[in-house]
Write a protein that binds this ligand. Structure first.
Ligand SMILES: NC(=O)c1ccc[n+]([C@@H]2O[C@H](COP(=O)([O-])OP(=O)(O)OC[C@H]3O[C@@H](n4cnc5c(N)ncnc54)[C@H](O)[C@@H]3O)[C@@H](O)[C@H]2O)c1
Ligand SMILES: CC(C)C1=CC=C(C(=O)O)[C@@H](O)[C@H]1O
Length: 277
């Protein structure tokens, strides 16, 4: 059976772990060649090796999406290695929570940088590349539909106490999605967004005391959720449980395959039915 994404070039930020990793493996399993990005080299390289082990093609582009030179390097990696660019998934990110009276400017800007400015820069850097690929395709009488999938959260759609920084950035990415869907229609590129509810990853996994941290961009950031809170949260989800990274990847995949070629500017909620928090 032919693969739906055969030969497509997919760029996926934050794909060393969690949802991004599952997206990378899912798209690669369906034939995409993947540019794997992560802050951390080891998990990114592990994903590259996993894709190669299943007969696919992948290359790593290590570094923070928040670095000012990252976008050009990321797009450049795809062009240099695969001479193309068909799918971009803006997934990299984390949370750094505080109630507003305790939130520092550093916390505020860190969330805007990673969840909003980074996707903006990546899409800005991709535009001239896509434009020239589209021109060449049109000259050859071809139409290739490209796909952008941005990642948001129920926190960006409904708000979440303690996440003024994160929810603002995740709300912003839905606006960027709708605007670029309008700008990029003439580039035969659909631009959609997936807003997750509660997906079990390092970001949300229950830890014994709820006090786990991870080093992210040189800072010790609290990760994980207290198990009691986790149980309470899961009860509020109509499907009665958090989602898996593989289930989360399924929603992104839907926007990447040809069956969704005429869908653009949409935000799909992938939350097990949760419509508020
Ligand atoms: N897990 C959830 O419940 C949930 C809910 C809503 C939205 N999201 C969103 O999904 C996306 C993925 O989150 P996840 O749950 O898979 O988290 P995760 O921590 O499991 O994976 C995120 C990956 O992104 C990488 N990353 C973080 N900052 C980066 C940066 N500046 N540059 C490059 N890589 C970076 C991390 O190193 C990590 O490997 C995030 O945008 C997150 O906000 C997650
Ligand atoms: C409170 C819980 C369901 C929650 C909502 C949104 C998140 C996200 O990453 O978007 C989680 O980190 C978590 O705070």
């Amino acid at each position: 059976m032919s693969k739906k994404l055969e030969g497509k070039v997919a760029l996926i930020t934050g794909s060393g772990r969690g949802i991004g990793r599952a997206i990378a493996l899912k798209l690669a399993a369906d034939g995409a060649r993947v540019v794997v990005n992560d802050l951390d080299a080891e998990p990114a390289q592990e994903v590259v090796e996993a894709i190669k082990a299943m007969g696919g093609e992948a290359v790593a582009c290590i570094g923070s999406v928040s670095a000012p030179d990252f976008a050009e390097r990321f797009v450049g990696t795809a062009v240099e290695h695969y001479k193309g660019l068909d799918i971009i998934v803006n997934n990299a990110g984390y949370t750094w929570d505080s109630v507003i009276q305790k939130m520092t400017d550093e916390q505020w800007y860190a969330m805007l940088d990673v969840h909003l400015t980074a996707p903006f820069r990546i899409l800005r850097a991709a535009q001239p590349v896509i434009r020239s690929l589209v021109k060449a395709e049109q000259d050859a009488g071809l139409r290739n539909i490209r796909k952008v999938v941005n990642i948001s959260s129920v926190a960006g759609l409904f708000g979440n106490a303690g996440q003024a920084n994160y929810s603002t950035a995740k709300a912003g990415i839905t606006g960027m999605t709708m605007t670029l869907a309008k700008e990029w229609g003439r580039l035969n590129t659909t631009v959609n967004c997936v807003a997750y509810g509660f997906i079990k990853t390092r970001l949300t996994e229950a830890t014994a005391d709820g006090n786990a941290t991870a080093e992210i961009e040189g800072r010790e950031i609290k990760v994980g959720i207290n198990p009691d809170l986790m149980t309470m949260l899961e009860r509020s989800i109509p499907l009665g449980r958090a989602g898996t990274p593989q289930e989360a990847a399924g929603s992104v995949y839907m926007f990447c395959i040809p069956e969704s070629d005429y869908v653009s500017g949409q935000t799909l909620i992938c939350s097990g039915g949760l419509t508020g928090i």
